[in-house]
Design a protein around this ligand. Structure first.
Ligand code: TYD
Length: 139
């Protein structure tokens, strides 16, 4: 599936809301890395890559941003604007992020530590890889 949104259960009471994320439970993998984007300058677009094997879940903790998800065949635009939804960024999904609100805090959970050799940063190479089925494609 090109766009796979996971709904997180919000645990709340009169004090406010709380969301708990556990590996292999709400998050469908072992979490090896967490990073977050914030203070993104107006007009900036990021991403423009796919990963050969990495799986990630992006959660917009504050504010909003948009994604273009692209599996080499179809493209879909997704808006993230609530902390109770996670967008699965599967292996071999080209993704671009843009329209960051000034207050946007975008947290990403990843199943591997940072590895530049897992990136495909050239769109033509991504399309080549999709067509030659070199890497497992997005489910
Ligand atoms: P980059 O992957 O280029 O960001 P984008 O999501 O916009 O494509 O990452 C920006 C810089 O941060 C780059 O020098 C690599 C570094 N970086 C890490 O060291 N660890 C990480 O986990 C990530 C995501 C990036």
């Amino acid at each position: 599936m090109l766009v796979n949104i996971i709904d997180f259960n919000t645990l709340g009471d009169e004090r406010g809301s709380l969301i708990a994320l556990e590996a292999n439970n709400q998050i469908p993998f072992e979490i090896k890395r967490v990073y977050y984007l914030f203070a993104t300058k107006p007009g900036v677009a990021r991403g423009f890559h796919a990963h050969k094997a990495l799986k990630q879940i992006a959660i917009c903790l504050k504010g909003s941003c948009r994604f273009v998800m692209d599996d080499g065949k179809d493209k879909q635009d997704v808006i993230l604007a609530t902390p109770n939804k996670g967008l699965l960024i599967d292996a071999m999904q080209w993704h671009e992020m843009y329209d960051f609100s000034e207050d946007c805090v975008l947290m990403v959970l990843a199943d591997q530590v940072y590895d530049e050799s897992d990136y495909i940063r050239e769109y033509s190479k991504f399309i080549e890889a999709v067509n030659s089925h070199v890497y497992s494609s997005a489910k």
